[in-house]
Design a binder for this molecule. Structure first.
Ligand SMILES: [Zn+2]
Length: 298
């Protein structure tokens, strides 16, 4: 399906972005910017059926997170509140809706964080529930491959890949965060400033080889903005132009093979407006690839 002149369908809801939680609130800045620039068509996600979450995380943790039982409910590092819980659940609902839209039309966005540090036993690293592993958990008959290009390694998704036979994780990062590669998981540490950006592109080329070896039904791209050179957390040190090239490379992997792709924006710790600008570039890259490259369905 061609989306040459149309906007990218993007799931978002005000519930994603409670003002009292700055990490989530900035998603609202991104959503407004994308809408203002007419890059996306915003859609509200449906409500997440809670039983779908059963089995993804340990019951003890899930129940504590749903009910607010401390200290477990805030284990991920964000102080629990009903609004933090509801924001997380809304983002996960958007993840499933965007996944379905990607399967229908080829590409969709969830203006959410992927929560790649959450492991089975609990949330971790500001990630309450793993929204990337959720897709594989919810759709056991589909092969789901995550291409995670955040500054931080996707250690949580890596752990889930070892648990879920239909989940694959490729992580390219500047900060390892415990991500070492393993069962259905591949880890590439690249610091563009010292290793050169060529090395980053080589890692993406290896990701492409892994895609061809395993032929996923759905790609999930975690387009982190925290690997940008001006980000306080960045060791990967990519320039704005290099981030754009990274995005182009990942979207091309999907487009050239006709594999549906869902993308999320993930981390970014500069001012919200600067992060929103980088997020907008990711959407521009998606549209550019969809315009330029025809899908070769095999
Ligand atoms: Zn990160």
């Amino acid at each position: 399906m061609q989306r040459s002149s149309t906007r990218i369908p993007a799931y978002f809801d005000d519930r994603y972005a409670p003002v009292e939680e700055p990490l989530f609130a900035r998603l609202g800045t991104t959503a407004s910017k994308l809408q203002r620039l007419r890059l996306v068509e915003l859609r509200s996600p449906a409500t997440l059926p809670i039983p779908l979450l059963r089995g993804l995380h340990d019951d003890r943790y899930l129940d504590a997170f749903l009910s607010g039982e401390e200290p477990m409910a805030s284990r991920h590092g964000i102080r629990w509140s009903p609004r933090v819980r509801d924001a997380t659940l809304a983002m996960l609902a958007g993840q499933l809706d965007a996944g379905e839209e990607a399967l229908r039309s080829g590409i969709a966005m969830n203006i959410a964080r992927g929560f790649h540090h959450a492991v089975h036993a609990s949330g971790s690293g500001f990630c309450p529930l793993n929204g990337l592993a959720l897709l594989a958990h919810a759709w056991p008959q589909r092969k789901v491959m995550v291409i995670d290009c955040d500054e931080h390694g996707g250690n949580g998704t890596e752990e889930f890949a070892a648990r879920l036979p239909n989940l694959y994780n490729v992580s390219v990062f500047g900060t390892r965060f415990g991500c070492r590669g393993g069962t259905r998981s591949w880890a590439f540490m690249v610091r563009a400033r010292s290793d050169g950006f060529e090395r980053y592109l080589e890692a993406l080329h290896e990701a492409e080889t892994i895609v061809d070896a395993h032929r996923p039904d759905l790609l999930v791209y975690q387009a982190g903005a925290d690997c940008h050179e001006d980000d306080p957390k960045s060791l990967a040190g990519l320039t704005t132009a290099q981030l754009f090239e990274r995005d182009i490379a990942v979207f091309r992997i999907a487009r050239e093979r006709g594999i549906p792709i869902l993308f999320v924006v993930a981390g970014g710790y500069q001012g919200a407006e600067r992060v929103a600008r980088l997020n907008a570039n990711t959407v521009r890259a998606a549209r550019w690839v969809w315009r330029r490259h025809s899908a070769h369905h095999t």
